[in-house]
Design a protein. Sequence first.
Length: 249
Amino acid sequence: MKKVFKLSTLILLLFTIGVACSADDDSTVTDDGDDSVVAELHAAFAAFNTDATTIYVDGSNIIIETTGLPDHETVYWGVGNELYRDEPDVALTPSIMSSNNNAVTITVDATPDLTGSTVSTQLNTIGIAVSGASIFNDQEGAGDLDQAAASLDWTGAHIGPGVYHYHLEPKAFSDDDDNLVGILLDGVFLYGRQCSSTGTYPTDLDASGGHTSTTQYTDGEEEYHYHIINEVYSTTGSYLAFAGPYQGY
């Protein structure tokens, strides 16, 4: 009987250990099988206006919430505002910054998908500038930008309709240089007309104005990014911020 008891005890002990090991193995598999990715904020986000933008990680996405209120002068602030700039040659649209809701929230992939087809830009916000205001493409309403060029302020922006936004090179923070302009809806950063990797205008841009090289925010690593293309746009005498298509969807 004692031998039977000892044998039963040993079998029970081995079974218990086996169950415990099996449970441990299941836990390990579950952890390894977790395909959720927690992104990190790119170093370039440090250049964004913190008074206007809140930028944070949500899994593999980056959320950018903005008041849309830029930190530079423009006639669109309206008389009496400390950032108001008198621009008598601008054909003002009806709205001014202080009475217009400019808030925008966008979600972008922390790692742009550069393996698929290109996607055309649409009307309304196509990106957020470092100032906190929106970036629009080369269209205005039902036609090209020429019909609204007279209402653009000194930094290539206006209100009408909707939020304050840039169509052209935003000279308030990027004027023929390699400065960061903002980030577009496909998660790709947009820089000024020059490239920090060469100190001059890049000659290898694709149809979207993009190429792969180092930037001042990549710590020596190459990264795909856009530039404002160094070609004067129509009658504006300036340069389009971004016409598209997106490369990062």
